[in-house]
Write a protein that binds this ligand. Structure first.
Ligand code: GDP
Ligand code: MN
Length: 349
C-alpha cells in the first residue's frame, strides 16, 4: 500500500503506473483493420490514438487485411506505430467477389438505380465486397484463426479517453461476445428486404435463436418489422469464436444466398447487430460507456463527469450521441433493465 496513492490525480506523474497495475492476464486478442494502401495516413492517425490511450501498455498484435497486397510504405509506417506484432494479409478472391448465384445484370441495374437516387455508396461495387467481407469472412482469414478476441479499428477514428483496463479481459470476465459504443437507425433504402431474409432464417433455424435474445432492440412489434436499430460496427470488440460458430455461419450463409449484399446494399453493421441481437443472450452484448470514440459524424463521449476526468477524456460531453433521438442506446438500457450512467439526464442536450 502506497499511502499517497489516493492523492494522485490523472495529471500527476505515476498515474498510469498506478492504474495499470490491474492489467491482469494477457488475452488471446488482436486489433484488426481492413484498409487500402491509400488509407495509410488515416489509419496511422487511428493507430497513434489507440496506442497512446491503450495499447502502449498492453502491446496487443494488429492484423491488417486488404484485397490488394500492402505496399512497403503501409507496412513500414504501421509497424513503426504499433507496439505489438503486426501481420499483413491478402484477402482470398473468394472472399471478395460475386458468388456465382448472383445475377450480374440485376446487380448492375440496382447500382445504377441507387446512383440516381443518391443513396450513399449505392453505386459502389467495392463497398459491397467490403460489407460482405466484414459480415462473413474477416474472422475466417487465416491470420485471424489463432485469436479468440478482436477489436476492429477503422481509418480516421478518434479515441477520446484513456482505457485503463483490458477490454478483452473485461469481455471474457463478464461473459460477453459482442460490444458497441454507438448505435443508431440504418437507412431503409440500403436494407429493404434484410428483415424478410432474417425471418426466413429464424423459421429455418429456430435452434439458433437465443431464448433471452435482444429482439426488443431490433423490433417494436415482437419481430414482425425491423426498427432499423443497429450497433455501429466501425468500432467492435468481440469474440471470434462466436463469429466462427455454426449459428453465425448459418445466418451469414442464409443472407448471402438471398443476394442482398449485391441486390441491395446490406451493411455489416445491421448484419452483425441482427446476429448479436438474435443469436446471443442479451446479457452477452456489452456497452462500453467509458471508451470515448468518434467516427464521422458521431461521437460517443462517456456519460458522467468523474469518468471523463479520471480517464482524461478530451471530448465535449455535449457531442455525446447516446441519449439523442437518433440513437438506439436507450433501448439497449431499457431492454436489459440497466440503470443509465449517472448524469445522463443533464448531459442529454
Ligand atoms: P464507411 O465508414 O461506411 O464510410 O466506410 P469506409 O470507407 O470507412 O470503409 C470501411 C472499412 O473498410 C475501412 O476500414 C476501409 O479502410 C475499408 N475499405 C473500404 N473499401 C475498401 C476496399 O475497397 N479495399 C480495402 N482493402 N478496404 C476497404
Ligand atoms: Mn469508416
Amino acid at each position: 500500500g502506497d499511502d499517497m496513492s489516493f492523492a494522485r490525480t490523472p495529471s500527476s506523474p505515476g498515474w498510469d503506473d498506478l492504474v495499470s497495475i490491474n492489467a491482469g492476464p494477457r488475452m488471446n486478442a488482436t486489433f484488426v483493420t481492413l484498409a487500402r494502401n491509400t488509407d495509410v495516413w488515416d489509419i496511422a492517425d487511428s493507430i497513434r490514438q489507440v496506442e497512446d490511450r491503450f495499447n502502449r501498455r498492453f502491446n496487443y498484435d494488429w492484423v491488417f487485411l486488404n484485397d490488394q497486397p500492402f505496399d512497403e510504405t503501409f507496412k513500414k509506417v504501421t509497424t513503426s506505430l504499433v507496439s505489438g506484432t503486426t501481420h499483413y494479409g491478402l484477402i482470398p478472391t473468394e472472399h471478395w467477389s460475386f458468388p456465382d448465384w448472383i445475377d450480374q445484370e440485376k446487380a448492375k441495374k440496382v447500382r445504377e438505380d441507387m446512383k440516381e437516387r443518391k443513396i450513399i455508396y449505392g453505386d459502389s461495387v467495392s463497398y459491397r465486397h467490403m460489407c460482405r467481407f466484414e459480415s462473413g469472412f474477416f474472422f475466417r482469414h487465416e491470420l485471424m484463426l489463432n485469436y479468440e478476441w478482436y477489436w476492429r479499428v477503422e481509418p480516421s477514428v478518434k479515441l477520446f479517453c484513456d482505457v485503463h483496463y483490458d477490454p478483452f479481459r473485461v469481455m471474457a470476465e463478464e461473459k460477453k461476445k459482442y460490444s458497441f459504443v454507438l448505435s443508431l437507425y440504418e437507412y431503409h433504402e440500403t436494407i429493404p428486404t434484410l428483415w424478410e431474409s432474417t425471418k426466413k432464417f429464424m423459421k429455418n433455424h429456430p435452434e439458433h435463436i437465443a431464448k433471452d435474445n435482444s429482439m426488443a432492440f431490433l423490433s417494436d412489434d415482437k419481430g414482425e418489422n425491423y426498427n432499423r436499430c443497429h450497433f455501429w460496427s466501425n468500432f467492435e470488440v468481440g469474440n471470434l469464436e462466436w463469429l466462427r460458430s455454426k449459428a453465425y455461419i448459418d445466418f451469414f450463409e442464409s443472407l448471402d444466398q438471398d443476394g442482398g449484399f449485391f441486390y441491395e446494399r446490406w451493411g455489416d453493421a445491421p448484419v452483425h447487430s441482427i446476429a448479436a441481437g438474435l443469436l446471443l443472450d442479451k446479457s452477452e452484448i456489452k456497452f462500453f460507456n467509458d471508451i470515448g470514440y468518434w467516427h464521422v459524424p458521431f461521437t460517443h463521449c462517456p456519460t458522467g463527469e468523474q469518468t471523463r476526468l479520471d480517464l482524461r477524456c478530451h471530448c465535449n460531453p455535449k457531442d455525446n450521441f447516446d441519449w439523442k433521438g437518433y440513437s438506439c442506446t436507450s433501448r439497449y438500457y431499457e431492454l436489459n433493465g440497466l440503470e443509465k450512467p449517472l448524469g445522463w439526464e443533464n448531459e442529454k442536450d
